[in-house]
Write a protein that binds this ligand. Structure first.
Ligand SMILES: NC(=O)c1ccc[n+]([C@@H]2O[C@H](COP(=O)([O-])OP(=O)(O)OC[C@H]3O[C@@H](n4cnc5c(N)ncnc54)[C@H](OP(=O)(O)O)[C@@H]3O)[C@@H](O)[C@H]2O)c1
Length: 277
């Protein structure tokens, strides 16, 4: 079967494939990542914290897909945001991944104990040293994003945060749009919770698509959003790629947006999570 063609989104010179493959909680994921790449994924999301960087390296090698065709993201964990720790963490990630540079390097979470004046220049330095092609942040609120932009001498291209139909992210996605950043949506399937939603199920049945495809299409159709679903199953990985050959109507988009709920947020670690917008 021919791999589906995946569009790209651009921001400040970065060209990012419009869907990515998430790798958290996949453990020793070499075979899974190789399968994802063979199926057509060209954007892989990992992090030092996930312990999956070595698996991603194995998967990239085993897939036969050239490094130049893969958009690779990793992240520096909140405990390593002081300048020296930051640089060490980047080096360790590159070693784990078996690459000279990544395509996108993110601050994984803010750390209330460490001012942003530490990691933001360190992030820019990593870019200037050629250790990453692009930079961004994850799990920042709008005020932190603005402070990060102010403190960083290189442009941020991306903000990664939780986003799916049960979580209202209107303010943050709009803030990214206005600042020219691409928004990467993590937990795009609500870690499976969305798959029980009756409205999504009804729209999926009407359109002859799967519920996961409807949930992911709702994100990609917003324009500056890149979902990064994770799956350990080849059939579901392929299914999740099939979101670029159909469209939701305006009415369907609005109905899905109305599924937001006050308890929709999944990732909210005490002591690390900012005051969300
Ligand atoms: N920056 C951050 O702080 C942060 C935080 C959380 C996540 N992330 C990133 O975002 C990625 C995605 O988030 P996530 O892994 O938490 O959750 P997710 O992608 O929303 O959901 C993953 C779950 O959905 C299931 N699934 C996937 N495709 C499916 C389909 N087509 N039909 C039915 N079930 C399906 C998977 O099960 P099977 O494996 O059985 O298919 C898995 O249990 C992560 O892997 C990670 O890379 C980043």
């Amino acid at each position: 079967m021919a791999a589906p063609s995946i569009p790209a989104l651009s921001a400040h010179g970065a060209e990012i494939p419009a869907i990515g493959f998430g790798t958290s909680a996949l453990g020793d994921c070499g075979e899974i990542v190789a399968t994802a790449l063979k199926l057509g994924y060209r954007h892989i999301d990992t992090a030092w914290k996930y312990g999956t960087e070595r698996g991603v390296a194995q998967g990239m090698r085993a897939s036969g897909v050239p490094r130049s065709e893969i958009f690779l993201t990793t992240k520096v964990s909140h405990e390593f945001l002081r300048a020296d720790d930051f640089a060490r963490s980047v080096d360790e990630s590159l070693k784990n991944l078996g690459v000279d540079f990544v395509d996108l390097l993110l601050v994984h979470w803010p750390n209330p104990q460490i001012p942003l004046s530490d990691p933001m220049p360190a992030l820019a330095r990593a870019k200037r040293q050629g250790l990453t092609r692009h930079i961004g942040v994850a799990n920042f609120n709008i005020a932190m994003l603005d402070e990060a932009i102010r403190l960083c001498p290189e442009p941020l291209v991306n903000l990664q945060a939780e986003y799916h139909a049960h979580l209202d992210q209107t303010k943050l996605t709009e803030a990214c749009r206005r600042r020219g950043l691409i928004f990467t949506a993590y937990c795009p399937l609500g870690r499976g919770r969305l798959l029980r939603d009756p409205v999504l199920a009804e729209i999926a049945a009407r359109k002859g698509r799967t519920l996961a495809q409807i949930a992911l299409r709702w994100l990609v159709q917003q324009g500056n959003i890149i979902p990064i679903p994770r799956s350990s199953n080849a059939g579901r990985m392929a299914e999740n790629l099939g979101v670029f050959d159909f469209a939701l109507t305006e009415e369907e988009m609005t109905r899905i947006a109305a599924l937001k709920r006050p308890d929709g947020r999944i990732a909210d670690p005490a002591g690390r999570a900012p005051a969300w917008d």
